[in-house]
Design a protein. Structure first.
Length: 467
């Protein structure tokens, strides 16, 4: 339920429970916010999209880059006027930034009342009561189990077409630049029965697409519960385990009319078994997000990525062999420690070989307590970082346009997700390769699967017509 009225009285605020929640960062954060909304709904909270109406404001945070943290701190200051006008207002910080800074956040941001890490959301009702008693509240304990398997998330701002389903949490890979293992903990997977039940509920209620989420979905591994790293201690027969390819196949078989996507993949953990399952089932989208970060084996080693340039390119070949016309995207970090111009050129040359459909591109920002921050030197100037980043962006735009131009005059099945931002007379959706298509509405509706002929394109969007 969304509350749209901007008129409210101080007494109505004090006598009701209204939650405003804002999420930043990865898809996992947005999925976690849906879990939080579900937990608090049972406590009588109503979701509002107007922060001035709320007596509980929660900000679900990201720590992957410094800019993300600065954005959150600015947003807290924006809520200052809400705090002044409503002394009963509680402001809480959730997620990775909460886990990284812990109680220190309460000292740095005087307006914040509670700090909750990503595994502690079940404690929210108790922590909120603690703040109502005039005390600050903190819970940032990381779990070795999947903590929300039985929570049925509330689909916040849902289009009723696509939904996120979390299948695992944490990461064991320890990339030298990354805070995720410290803020999300060790890899642990969710009971496949609970995943299948959630997907079935979504299918039964009319959703047409799910995206399976995890910090590293290819590392999904169910052996009965617990951290993946503890499996060898349990003396369990591997025949009784379920890996990502097995889970993907079960979901595809049980929901043949549901589109299935997944994110994010770590190259070193992707197996050919997964590629074979994608190619086998028509309802699994032909799209893989495969972050590489750098095209230089030297930099990849410094990043502790677990693979070389040559190994990664061989994986791309394997993807193209198993899944012709597979949509590919990636992540790039430019200006990492000790990156030379030669290293940068190797990244550009890797991009030329792969020609990604699109990518997420950033320059390196040092994150506290990571191996890179403790042991390596951030010795590439910001000016050089920005220049190299712009070269990567320019090349990606060229490749995106090239990829999109190859679709002109071809026909694609498109799942309609909404109305175009530029015109109420047009709709948009995505192909199986995850490319956005815009077309005239005609008689189609949101949620329909339609055949679209591509007539034109930009570097970001395909332009077509329903046939």
């Amino acid at each position: 339920m969304l509350i749209n009225s901007k008129k409210t009285t101080s007494s109505s605020i004090q006598n009701s429970k209204k939650l405003y929640i804002q999420s930043y960062g990865c898809q996992m954060n947005f999925a976690d916010s849906e879990v939080v909304a579900s937990i608090l709904k049972k406590e009588g909270y109503i979701i509002t999209n107007e922060p001035h109406q709320a007596n509980l404001i929660l900000i679900n945070t990201c720590s992957i880059r410094e800019k993300a943290e600065l954005t959150v701190r600015k947003r807290i200051k924006d809520f200052k006027k809400n705090k002044v006008g409503n002394r009963n207002l509680i402001i809480g910080i959730l997620g990775c930034m909460a886990e990284r800074l812990k109680a220190k956040f309460l000292e740095e941001e005087k307006l914040v009342d509670l700090v909750i890490g990503p595994d502690a959301y079940r404690d929210l009702p108790k922590l909120i009561k603690q703040t109502q008693d005039g005390r600050k509240a903190v819970n940032v304990i990381l779990s070795k189990e999947e903590t929300y398997a039985d929570v049925n998330p509330i689909r916040l701002n849902s289009n009723g077409v696509s939904a996120f389903v979390s299948i695992m949490r944490g990461c064991d890979n320890m990339c030298s630049f990354c805070v995720v293992p410290f803020t999300r903990g060790r890899e642990r997977s969710r009971d496949p029965k609970s995943i299948l039940n959630e997907v079935k509920k979504l299918n039964d209620t009319g959703f047409k697409e799910v995206t399976l989420l995890g910090q590293n979905v290819d590392s999904y591994f169910w052996y009965g519960g617990g951290a993946k790293k503890d499996f060898d201690k349990k003396n369990i027969n591997e025949m009784n385990t379920i890996e990502f390819a097995d889970l993907l196949e079960k979901i595809a078989l049980e929901n043949p009319k549901l589109r299935i996507r997944f994110s994010t993949s770590n190259p070193q953990d992707m197996k050919n078994d997964v590629l074979k399952i994608i190619s086998k089932y028509e309802n699994i989208c032909n799209y893989i997000h495969l972050p590489v970060q750098s095209g230089s084996s030297k930099i990849l080693k410094l990043m502790n990525r677990g693979h070389t340039r040559e190994w990664y390119l061989n994986l791309i070949k394997s993807i193209n062999n198993h899944i012709p016309n597979c949509g590919l995207s990636s992540d790039f970090i430019t200006g990492f420690c000790d990156e030379t111009e030669e290293d940068h050129q190797m990244t550009l040359s890797l991009m030329e070989k792969v020609k990604y459909h699109f990518s997420y591109m950033f320059f390196y920002s040092e994150r506290p307590n990571t191996f890179a921050q403790r042991k390596l030197v951030d010795n590439v100037s910001k000016e050089v970082k920005k220049h190299r980043l712009q070269e990567i962006i320019n090349l990606q735009q060229k490749h995106s346009l090239f990829r999109n131009q190859t679709t002109i005059d071809k026909k694609y099945e498109v799942l309609i997700e909404g109305v175009s931002k530029k015109s109420d007379d047009k709709l948009f959706g995505r192909t199986m390769q995850n490319t956005v298509v815009v077309f005239d509405k005609k008689h189609a509706r949101i949620g329909d699967l339609v055949k679209v002929k591509i007539n034109n394109c930009t570097s970001a969007t395909l332009l077509g017509e329903i046939i």
